[in-house]
Design a protein around this ligand. Structure first.
Ligand code: 6PG
Length: 247
């Protein structure tokens, strides 16, 4: 069973998330000289990003951020300045406020008209930065994920093709109910991470969360159930409202 921690309020949840991010970062740098993290999309991570921007590493910040490589677990097929851009949220609340070299920030170039080409380019970037050739899979130190009310995570939505992807690292994924092509890391890429941290808030996620954690394994209906790392740790940081249907 994954590690599930319930917090009374958002402040406590995001403080715990910040502490885990910092710990994972310092451990990776100590062990391998770099910290490679995939940020999540949606709105939930804002509270974490704001805390990371507020001097999470104190006077050591510049030295730490120079050793951090930032990626995204998924992205919308929109330009980086679009209101729905996952990159934009992280840039505005976090990355623009810390001393991180721009070359350490690897966004999906989602302004590209061909979503499949955008995903292929991101996969090439992942392999180049991690220095990992096919068929091996690059290994993130930390992957941040959220959960949708329908049980999706990253841009692995119920009934979509990317759920079954076993070879690619990054794909475009047609999401008919949103009438869009989303860009997402695949289960193999997510599941090779050393550590996965889900941040889940609010009552509208409670039923999906209870099903994902305690229901039968049905990843096509509950894609968050695809996230079962071979050897990495999965931790769920949730608030009391999202925990409402847990036994
Ligand atoms: C996205 C996300 C998605 C998100 C969940 C939760 O691009 O939308 O990656 O998987 O994490 O939909 O979104 P909220 O945090 O906005 O509830």
């Amino acid at each position: 069973m994954p590690d599930v921690q319930v917090f009374d309020d958002a402040d406590q949840l995001f403080a715990a998330a910040r502490d885990r991010f910092v710990a994972a970062c310092e451990r990776a740098i100590a062990e391998r000289g770099r910290f490679r993290v995939a940020l999540s999309g949606g709105s939930t991570p804002r509270g974490l990003y704001e805390r990371l921007a507020a001097g999470a590493f104190g006077a050591r910040s510049a030295g730490v951020w120079s050793k951090v490589d930032i990626f995204w677990g998924d992205e919308r097929h929109v330009p980086p300045d679009h209101a729905e851009s996952n990159y934009r949220l992280a840039h505005e609340t976090f990355l623009s406020k810390i001393e991180i070299p721009p070359e350490n920030v690897y966004r999906w170039e989602a302004e590209g008209p061909d979503a499949a080409a955008v995903a292929a380019a991101y996969e090439d970037t992942l392999r180049r930065v991690f220095v990992v050739a096919k068929p091996d899979v690059p290994r993130f130190d930390l992957v941040l994920l959220g959960l949708g009310p329908d049980g999706h995570t990253a841009s692995l939505f119920p009934g979509t093709a990317a759920i079954d992807e076993v070879h690619r690292l990054a794909v475009s994924n047609r999401v008919d109910k949103l009438d869009t092509d989303r860009l997402t890391l695949t289960p193999p890429m997510l599941n090779f991470a050393r550590q996965i941290l889900f941040l889940v808030r609010d009552a509208d996620k409670a039923e999906a969360l209870a099903q994902v954690l305690g229901g039968p394994y049905r990843p096509h209906e509950l894609p968050a159930q695809c996230v079962r790392p071979e050897s990495g740790d999965v931790t769920w940081l949730i608030d009391r409202a999202a925990a409402g249907h847990l036994g």
